[in-house]
Design a protein around this ligand. Structure first.
Ligand SMILES: [Zn+2]
Length: 212
């Protein structure tokens, strides 16, 4: 709902710095979150934070244009850094820098999601293939809405089915009673359901203690 509101508000506000800018960035941020929730908790843990930051920070390249400096955007509707070239550069860096691979892959995915949304905003499009071509690519806003709706359905299914799995009873561990010995009560695992920020169930296993 928040994404739908931000997306609608950004379209109504158009190319204004305020409130168009903040609403557009909020829509970019939420688009990234909705996509990652559908991909699952593992992808979220590895890539979500850098992807969220990149999906908003990339629009800082619009700042020079706002001050009338067009050296980043001459001949293209959006700055040159809105292109596949930048994603490829980040992926190349990820290949060369294994210790920061997840961070850089997250940045690359966040940029890709941002460009995908920009192309569906219904504006002038994105010159994805700069500097090979200055042609701007775009697609209908309805297609963006439809794909986001699909991701929301996947997110909801993850929540519902994840929650249902948690409600199933868990069998207690058998209590060993050795002959001639005292009754031993084995440590019984206690499962405590919960949900993390990605709406995926978390199971916390705690020992209930033991008597010897
Ligand atoms: Zn953008």
């Amino acid at each position: 709902m928040l994404l739908a509101g931000a997306d609608w508000g950004a379209r109504v506000a158009g190319d204004t710095v305020f409130p168009g800018g903040p609403l557009d960035e909020l829509a970019h941020l939420l688009t990234t979150v909705v996509v990652f929730w559908a991909l699952g908790s593992r992808a979220c843990r590895r890539f979500l934070v850098p992807a969220m930051i990149a999906s908003v920070a990339i629009d800082l390249d619009h700042v020079p244009g706002r001050f009338g400096v067009d050296w980043l955007t001459a001949g293209t509707p959006r700055p040159y850094s809105h292109s596949v070239l930048v994603v490829a550069a980040v992926l190349g860096l990820a290949a060369l820098w294994p210790r920061r691979r997840d961070l850089l892959l997250g940045v690359a995915i966040g940029l890709a999601i941002h460009f995908w949304r920009d192309m569906g905003e219904g504006g002038a499009g994105v010159s994805l293939l700069w500097p090979v071509s200055y042609r701007a690519y775009q697609y209908p806003h309805g297609a963006y809405v439809a794909v986001i709706a699909l991701f929301v359905v996947i997110d909801a299914a993850r929540c519902v089915f994840g929650g249902r799995a948690m409600s199933e009873p868990v069998g207690a561990a058998p209590v060993p009673t050795p002959r001639g010995g005292r009754l031993r009560v084995a440590a019984q695992p206690r499962l405590e359901p919960g949900y993390n920020a990605t709406c995926e169930p978390i199971i916390t296993v705690r020992s209930a203690g033991s008597l010897n």
